[in-house]
Write a protein that binds this ligand. Structure first.
Ligand code: PRP
Length: 183
């Protein structure tokens, strides 16, 4: 699994086959649950773009895709709880069946803010699909409707998740060792 980092920097948590298989399962579950309806996928940039691309292509129901960008204040590996919209959706979600697509839920503060804010826009329904659930550091409880994997309290990158903008393109998820990301 080389080619991206030195072996010493690797500690693979989820390989590409495991991720692809689970994303397909999530796509099948969503397609079953929303049979006969169109879903409105809200991709939360930047981390969710890789997951969104695979998830959307595994759906058999019609899908509309729009993007939001949020910024949470804090250092590179911890959120502070203050969330700001950097880029809003371009389309109205009123009366639509909305699914928020996130790469990871950590403290839950970003998702809490997003769910509360999108509810005020009167969607027909609102659910959350997250690839990685890291419950150890949860501060704000948000119901997660579709979860790919529950993961331990470690700093993970790859498959959309970054460290200082790097590793998002890596097709698997690995734990970045503390000596590689001093905080
Ligand atoms: C990550 C992730 C979530 C948020 C989760 O985004 O994509 O949006 O953190 O953390 P929380 O549950 O503690 O709020 P990040 O701020 O790293 O931005 P990025 O997606 O642009 O990399």
């Amino acid at each position: 699994m080389g080619g991206y980092l030195n072996d010493a920097e690797h500690d693979i948590l989820l390989g590409p086959e495991a991720i692809q298989a689970r994303v397909r399962e999530l796509g099948e579950a969503i397609s079953r649950d929303y049979a006969g309806r169109e879903v409105f996928l809200v991709c939360v940039l930047k981390g969710a773009w890789v997951f969104l691309a695979d998830l959307a292509r595994s759906l058999t129901v019609p899908a509309f895709v729009d993007f939001m960008a949020m910024s949470s204040y804090g250092n590179a590996t911890q959120t502070s709880g203050l969330v700001q919209i950097i880029k809003d959706l371009e389309q109205s979600i009123e009366g639509r069946h909305v699914i928020i697509v996130e790469d990871i839920v950590d403290s839950g503060l970003t998702l809490r803010y997003l769910v509360d804010m999108l509810k005020t826009r009167r969607p027909a329904s609102l659910k959350v699909c997250v690839l990685l659930d890291k419950p150890a550091r949860r501060v704000s409880q948000v119901p997660l409707d579709y979860v790919g994997f529950e993961i331990p309290d470690a700093f993970v990158v790859g498959y959309g998740l970054d460290y200082a903008g790097r590793y998002r393109h890596v097709p698997y998820i690995f734990i970045l060792k503390p000596e590689v990301h001093p905080t």
